[in-house]
Write a protein that binds this ligand. Sequence first.
Ligand SMILES: Nc1nc2c([nH]c(=O)n2[C@H]2C[C@H](O)[C@@H](COP(=O)(O)OP(=O)(O)OP(=O)(O)O)O2)c(=O)[nH]1
Length: 129
Amino acid sequence: MFVVAAALVDQKNNILVQQRPEGKPMAGLWEFPGGKVEAGETPEDALIRELDEELGLVVKTKALSPVAFASEPLGSKHLLLLLYTCHEWTGQAVNLEAAAMQWLPVQELKHLDMPPADQPLVEQLLVAL
Ligand SMILES: Nc1nc2c([nH]c(=O)n2[C@H]2C[C@H](O)[C@@H](COP(=O)(O)OP(=O)(O)OP(=O)(O)O)O2)c(=O)[nH]1
């Protein structure tokens, strides 16, 4: 499973996380916005699409910087999760699909309940920002 996600960083250096809705795997856990890459998409195109669908944001390819990845089993599949940082977008983030959304300083992400793949990504984000 090929998944892309973004650490959106605002001017106060806060990061957007959203909570997975009831009824989905890992419901209630906090994650970076993003989702699966569909057939025929580049990873960046997929992330731009997901940020529009989930948050109503318009993001340009050049605003996405690869920062870290995770590779690990997830249920019966194997997850490859690519994390990008993004400091520039158009529009204001509106929670269109998640159970909840919040902006947090990167240090506080360490205390959040996130999927297993995300914990090492948060450590790498801390170093990178
Ligand atoms: N968007 C996102 N997904 C993550 C993160 N960490 C992590 O393990 N994942 C997993 C959860 C899902 O299995 C997959 C993302 O796919 P998705 O959001 O499109 O799919 P989903 O399971 O919510 O729902 P569906 O589309 O299959 O109905 O990647 C993360 O930080 N952000």
